[in-house]
Design a binder for this molecule. Sequence first.
Ligand SMILES: C[C@@](O)(CCO)CC(=O)[O-]
Length: 302
Amino acid sequence: MKYSFLAHGKVIIIGEHSVVYGYDALAMPIKALHIKTTVEDSDQMWMDTARYHGPFFDAPDEYNGLKYVVKAMREKAKNTQPLKITYTGEIPMERGFGSSATVALGTTKALNQFFNLNLTEKEIMAVTNHAEMINHGKASGLDAATVNSDYLVFFNKKMGPKMLKAKLGATLLIMDTGQLGNTKEAVTQVRSLLDKSEAAKNNMKRLGELADLTKQAWLKQDSLTVGKIFNEAQEILHSFNISTAKIDQLQKIALANGALGFKLSGGGLGGITITLCKNQEIANEIAAKCQDIISNSWIEEI
Ligand SMILES: C[C@@](O)(CCO)CC(=O)[O-]
């Protein structure tokens, strides 16, 4: 028996970090980046990824979320038969693309089919989100919800995901700094700043408000306002010390070359940035100007 599930990546448009504290956020799936999880019978518990080939439960700690998923799903199925689980495809890891949520969701969904468990979407998301808690310490659920969605997701922890089919009518340039982000460390760092700074608390509240303002502007196809919001959000994320010199450099180049707005996306401390542009031509021009300092770039019509 063999089952596969293809899950895609995501970028956070607005609300990283503030979403952890219950505020709203907006994120979108990136269909061009995906990972296929394949589960099949085997004579031993085995994992195959681009970086690790070996006994499943001996995999390094970065795979602890997946180990949890497999244990939890086998318990639900009351089944301990050995399996080979293979991950193929490309989502750069630790960049803000939600790769950990993508493989956690893919594994949960593939095993749900393999064991014929018929879990509800809610039960599937509970397993995936728990894996994300193991991966990131304190996960809002936003990544898991967005890698499970075909549309833009408006999210907060209380109400969960709401799909938004609206288009802004602009171009999003995603640039990868090539620097590994570290969501767990960034979330911990922001938390300790909030514990000791009133100004940081106020900034967090404002960051939370910006998500709703983004949604309103998005629905009116007001990309100028969304761009301004990106810049304000980046200022706040910078004040949390989770930007990097390279991100700051990309911001300068983007804004000097016609971008409507720029911000980091995801946990920060490296990873990806998003630049809002009026059209593809401007996005291409900015990507070309940044090409020596980034590792990759993608363009999405939004
Ligand atoms: C930093 C954060 O807001 C986004 C990570 O992609 C953490 C989370 O939402 O769990």
